[in-house]
Design a protein around this ligand. Structure first.
Ligand code: MRU
Length: 361
């Protein structure tokens, strides 16, 4: 289903990146933006897996919601006749979904929750088969929809919390896309901008294009423009000059995983910005929901970093931009050490790294 892209500012706030509709998952194919806004209906777990792997669905919180819905979709499609066979099937589904991308912890967090629900509900002893497998599938759907609804609410709260940092006249730099398209709600870093705008604050945003997959230019610019926020596009290599010449007052980004010591994995290029922020003595903030915090991992060294195919560097779309047989290194994320981060903004508040370490233990 394709939509006209000429619609104005208000409607974007009503746009849901993902939904459960008529027993199917409806998502926006983000690989087509900003040229086309296409909603895809998916009732097959393989389609969902490939949509996440190819970044049609992307952004840490959105990936979490997507796999929760995917788990429920697979449960509904299951033909298993016994609880044992059903559990075995769901185990395999969980393993399959866990293999899709390694860095965003929301994926593992959401599947842990779905698996816990299956375990708890099926241990209750009232599940005689086959009738009660239907009840169990209903409970799994309920849990997935709860994860989706919670994500929407968390985004709003992050926006409210973070907007306290925004002052009239601020000039803010952001990287990648941590907005409506990356979550089930208003986003994380961008939710702060939406809340600040609603409060009548006046500020400007500079947007890193975010090579190689251009989430900044394709997605963040699109979102911010449609929302009526004053946004200017730069290439990643212009960040230092922009900070200096355009008097950037703060940098705000999202996160794919925040670990116990406060180190943060986010889109490749985030670490560069944190170093620049320190050099220019401007604050560097990371905004994320609690579902992005992984207390099982002690420091950034323990975060698995996804490496993507070299073709993403050799081509932009169909256009070849480097020799086809080039050697290429393509990590999708980097680690920003906690010592470069001014504060982490979650739905619960704004935490300096020391406070973060005390609160999130
Ligand atoms: O590879 P992507 O597009 O999934 O990476 C997304 C990011 O790095 C975002 O900044 C992060 O997931 C936060 S989204 C609220």
């Amino acid at each position: 289903m394709d939509y006209d892209l000429s619609f104005g500012g208000v409607i974007i706030m009503l746009l849901n990146s993902i939904e459960w509709q008529d027993n199917r998952i409806r998502f926006i194919d983000q690989s087509l933006l900003p040229e086309r806004l296409r909603f895809v209906y998916c009732n097959n777990i393989n389609t969902l897996w490939h949509a996440i792997r190819s970044l049609k669905i992307r952004g840490a919180p959105l990936i979490g919601v997507a796999v929760a819905l995917g788990y429920t979709l697979a449960a509904r499609n299951s033909k298993a006749k016994t609880l044992k066979a059903f559990k075995k099937e769901m185990d395999d589904i969980s393993k399959y979904l866990r293999s899709v991308r390694p860095t965003a912890v929301n994926l593992f967090w959401a599947l842990d929750r779905m698996e816990r629900t299956l375990k708890e509900q099926s241990c209750r002893g009232h599940l005689s088969v086959p009738y009660n497998l239907r009840t169990l599938k209903g409970l799994l759907l309920k849990e997935a929809l709860k994860i989706l609804k919670e994500d929407r609410e968390l985004c709003k709260d992050i926006g409210e919390q973070g907007s306290r940092l925004i002052k009239n006249g601020d000039v803010i730099l952001t990287h990648c896309n941590a907005g409506i398209l990356a979550t089930a709600g208003y986003g994380t870093a961008l939710s702060i901008f939406y809340a600040a705008k609603k409060q009548g604050k006046s500020f400007k945003v500079y947007v890193d294009e975010t090579r190689p997959l251009l989430q900044g230019s394709r997605l963040t610019m699109w979102e911010l423009q449609k929302s009526g926020i004053d946004a200017t596009l730069i290439t990643d290599s212009m960040a230092a000059t922009t900070i200096k010449n355009k008097c950037i007052t703060k940098i705000i980004v999202g996160a794919d995983r925040i670990v116990r010591n406060g180190d943060v994995a986010n889109k490749i290029g985030t670490y560069n910005l944190a170093i620049l922020a320190r050099f220019y003595k401007i604050p560097f903030y990371v905004a994320a929901p609690s579902s992005t915090i992984d207390l099982k991992v002690k420091s950034g060294q323990g975060i698995p970093i996804e490496e993507r195919p070299k073709e993403e560097l050799i081509f932009i779309g169909k256009r070849q931009i480097a020799p086809r047989d080039s050697k290429a290194y393509n990590p999708a994320f980097d680690i920003t050490p906690a010592k470069l981060i001014t504060a982490i903004i979650t739905e619960k508040g704004i935490f300096s790294i020391n406070r973060f370490r005390k609160v999130y233990r």
